[in-house]
Design a protein around this ligand. Structure first.
Ligand SMILES: Cc1ncc(COP(=O)(O)O)c(C=O)c1O
Length: 400
């Protein structure tokens, strides 16, 4: 049978990147106790009040069709949230989606044509390549340098711009590195985008998980309002990824044009989840505060253990729920180190290569197990690093 080219373009961009995670789950199913530090799944539960609200809404009959833009309760809650950041936001700037992922997918469909290019800092979140390729466009990676703490540099971005460039896809706080862009960096990036008339899509799904630096976004700069689209969700902020509740906030004309695309695909999102999301956005919950403290403490804990040994080089994140570790001191790339760590020590981490070429020497460790488990995992990483060091050929001593 004949298939459309999209199935070829996405063939290697689906779950292939998560091979180690799937392998770890298979081992666990066979009864092997694996410490799983792969995916970004919050390890706390959503607040019970949100679960109650969802159930209440279902029993109250909020199980019917919605509309394409989103239930008024959530749209209003989002207007309120984003008006605190930019006073001109109205309902015409809002579109609801089942999660950031679908928001990204649809936004890219609305901005890109075949062979257009999207500039993305490398390393990047594993699904970006797929959402870009789905539209027929190409991802143009822009290296993020460890010595710059993986912060995207405007000069690097400017160098990567071509006549086919259409969009800059930002992610702050950043997955996998935890980098949080500063207002100055965003202003410089914004300048490049204005000069070359580029859209900015900013994935802010970890906005609530910043440790101590300030959050900054191109969305907050009125001079960038006409070209900036924010995508986000309650997946991380409220530990509710399975609810699939997210949004895109962008210029009114963009949202009006994207609405039929979204309607054609989704026919609206679920009213009972909308009610729960409206509650999440308008009432105070301490879920993010708890996670923030946990993830920062655990990142420090892991970094301290690895730094004491010295071969593995952790890079302290500024936010998010991961830490990246340079494993090149062991003589192995991230992929081989992650494979050996799973096979020999039963600890599952993501190879950096799943997040782009620039992360090939790294592994990404999810901080979503308790401190005790993480300390055990860190100990096993150190064990593997020293076993690998023992096996490496020693330098020859000069004769005589
Ligand atoms: C950077 C980034 N963007 C988007 C997503 C997907 O988020 P959602 O659950 O809202 O679709 C994730 C999930 O891990 C992520 O890390």
């Amino acid at each position: 049978m004949r298939y459309a080219a999209i199935t070829e373009r996405l063939a290697d961009l689906g779950s292939g990147k998560w091979a180690i995670h799937l392998q770890a789950r298979r081992k666990a199913a066979e009864g092997i106790p694996v410490i799983e530090l792969t995916i970004g799944e919050p390890d706390v539960r959503p607040d019970p009040a949100l679960l109650d609200e969802c159930a209440r809404a279902m029993y109250a009959g909020r199980t019917r069709y919605s509309n394409g833009r989103g239930e008024p309760s959530v749209v209003n809650a989002l207007v309120e949230k984003y008006r605190k950041r930019r006073s001109d936001v109205t309902a015409r700037n809002v579109l609801c989606f089942p999660g950031t992922q679908t928001a990204l997918f649809t936004v890219m469909l609305g901005l890109l044509d075949r062979d257009d290019e999207v500039l993305v800092g490398d390393p990047y979140y594993a699904t970006y390549e797929g959402v870009i390729a789905a539209s027929g466009a190409r991802m143009a990676p822009v290296p993020l340098h460890p010595e710059k703490n993986f912060h995207l540099q405007a000069e690097d971005l400017a160098r990567a711009v071509t006549p086919r460039s259409r969009v800059v896809l930002l992610n702050t706080p950043h997955n996998p590195t935890g980098a949080v862009l500063t207002a100055e960096e965003i202003a410089a990036i914004g300048e490049v985008c204005r000069k070359h008339d580029l859209w900015i899509v900013c994935d802010e799904v970890y906005e609530e998980l910043i440790f101590s630096t300030a959050f900054a976004s191109p969305f907050d700069d009125p001079a960038l309002a006409e070209r900036t689209i924010v995508v986000s969700s309650i997946s991380k902020s409220h530990a509710a990824p399975g609810f699939r509740s997210g949004w895109a906030i962008g210029p009114a004309e963009f949202c009006d044009r994207l609405l039929p695309v979204s309607e054609t695909m989704l026919f609206g999102v679920q009213p009972f989840i909308a009610d729960m999301t409206a509650m999440a956005l308008t009432q105070p919950f301490d879920t993010a505060t708890v996670m923030r403290a946990n993830y920062e403490r655990r990142a420090r804990l892991l970094a301290d253990v690895l730094e004491r040994e010295g071969t593995l080089k952790p890079m302290m994140p500024e936010g998010g729920m991961f830490i990246v570790v340079d494993v090149s001191g062991t003589g192995l790339a991230g992929q081989d180190f992650a494979s050996q760590l799973l096979e020999r020590k039963h600890v599952a981490v993501m190879p950096g290569a799943s997040f782009g070429e620039e992360a090939a020497n790294f592994i990404r460790v999810s901080l979503t197990v308790d401190d005790e488990q993480l300390a055990i995992a860190a100990g096993r990483m150190v064990e593997l690093a020293s076993e690998l060091a023992d096996r490496r050929p020693r330098p020859q001593r000069a004769a005589g």
